[in-house]
Design a protein around this ligand. Structure first.
Ligand code: PLP
Length: 440
């Protein structure tokens, strides 16, 4: 290819040019086939080239592709908001559409602050979060993110939001086990609130299953119950960052449903458009909207392309596709099958320290010494090596894990399209096995 002026992630690397996608596969211009075992970045949740979505895009494009949110609404946006309200738990009835996960978490943060302002409380402006977390790349979202590597360059611009340890049981800072640990990592939230002052804190944000920063770290059973109780006791809103986990990734519309928790505010993204269009959202409960409806009567945020009809039509078609094909129902079963294959790999390769996750959001953590859980030395670049060998063999997996100190945690995420078949799970496991064998 001639000189390219496209800014790619690594400017000194060349990237295959993808020609088309079908189901779990992508095909490049040279005819090489890739198994998309990460759904891109946990996004292509129903696979590539789904005809129904393409038709919905075309139908909407024939009518209108753009209307500006302060002038008009659209049938697609109205129907999508109502469908999401119907499919989510509790009274998470209100939906603010944006275009990326980072915008969704920032909007969630702003909604929480506005909620308290409308109630006459101006001091509650902080949003607490956890280390080993990722809430997005824009500055507000990055402030909330406990991801040392991504924060490093911009530290002077960031607020100091990460306050507590995550429920990273494989590397428990207390060297205890759940549930007998008494969920000390969740109790840390109470200590942080007491230290900072509940009168200064608007909300606490957490990913139900930690994604990019940790590698599919699912919490122990009652963790979120404890977190929610602490938030309620101290008048702090709970924001669930379901950008990666929402829209069925763990087998339910929201991952929080797995633990019987209804957040006050939810951030959605990624699987919402399943890669067919950029769309994300912040959902708010009736409780959060009540003072806003009675006060300013406007959520003080918004983007030019918020509630874009084209993106909304895509997201609606994704939801209808998930429903019609009863895809969420099968996620748990498929997840267990895939996990069993990963456990088999753990038996074979001693450098796999942990297999974890929920539904079809699974992760592997690599260690230099399994008994002592010692990470590989940094210079080994183990995750990058595995990812590039796998790509060479035609398998796409997602890097994760910056760890608490930016050192521990060499992980990958395996998160194929939810539409994956049993045969394809076996093919994925074989390709991964071959990639790991090529490393050892
Ligand atoms: N929140 C979570 C949990 C994510 O995993 C991500 C992206 O990986 C984001 C927010 C940011 O989303 P986006 O990259 O669409 O801005």
């Amino acid at each position: 290819m001639e000189q390219s002026f496209l800014i790619k992630p690594m400017l000194d690397e060349s990237y295959p040019v993808i020609d088309y996608g079908k189901g779990v596969y992508l095909f490049d211009m040279e005819g090489k086939k890739y198994f998309d075992a990460a759904s891109g970045a946990v996004t292509a949740n129903i696979g590539h080239g789904v005809q129904e979505i393409i038709e919905a895009m075309n139908e909407q494009a024939k009518k209108v592709s753009f209307v500006y949110r302060s002038q008009f609404t659209s049938e697609a946006a109205e129907r999508l908001a109502n469908k999401i309200a119907e499919m989510t738990p509790g009274d998470l009835n209100w939906c603010f559409f944006v275009n990326s996960g980072s915008e969704a978490t920032e909007t969630a943060m702003k909604m929480a602050i506005q909620y308290w302002q409308e109630k006459g409380i101006q001091t509650k402006t902080k949003v607490l979060s956890r280390w080993v977390s990722y809430h997005g790349i824009t500055l507000g979202a990055l402030s909330m993110s406990g991801h040392p590597v991504r924060r490093a360059r911009f530290t002077p611009l960031l607020e100091d939001f990460p306050a507590i340890h995550p429920p990273y049981c494989y590397r428990c800072p207390y060297k205890l086990e759940a549930p007998s640990c008494g969920y000390l990592c969740a109790q840390e939230l109470e200590s942080a609130i007491n230290r900072i002052g509940a009168d200064k804190i608007a909300a606490f944000i957490a990913e139900p299953v930690i994604g990019a920063a940790g590698g599919a770290i699912a919490p122990p059973k009652d963790y979120f119950k404890v977190i929610k109780e602490i938030c309620e006791d101290h008048n702090i809103l709970f924001i669930a960052d379901e950008v990666m986990t929402g829209f069925g990734r763990t087998g339910t519309m929201l991952a929080c449903e797995q633990w019987g928790i209804v957040p006050d505010i939810v951030a959605l993204g990624k699987g919402m458009g399943a890669g067919y269009a950029p769309i994300a959202a912040a959902l708010a409960s009736e409780k959060v909207m009540e003072p806003i409806l009675a006060g300013t009567k406007s959520v003080m945020s918004g983007h030019t392309l918020s509630a874009n009809p084209q993106s909304c039509a895509v997201s609606l078609a994704v939801l209808e596709y998930l429903e019609k094909n009863e895809i969420m129902k099968e996620v748990e079963c498929k997840g267990v099958y895939l996990r069993n294959q990963l456990e088999k790999l753990k038996n074979q390769f001693t450098f796999i320290g942990d297999v974890r996750g929920k539904g079809l959001l699974l992760g592997l953590e690599f260690v230099g010494d399994r008994d002592r859980k010692t990470p590989f030395p940094r210079k080994t670049m183990i995750t990058q090596k595995i990812i590039s060998i796998a790509k060479e063999k035609g398998l796409l997996i997602y890097p994760a894990g910056a760890g608490i100190d930016g050192v521990n945690g060499d992980s990958i995420i395996i998160s194929p399209p939810l539409t994956i078949t049993k045969r394809e799970i076996e093919e994925l496991a074989l390709l991964l096995k071959e990639s790991l064998e090529a490393l050892s």
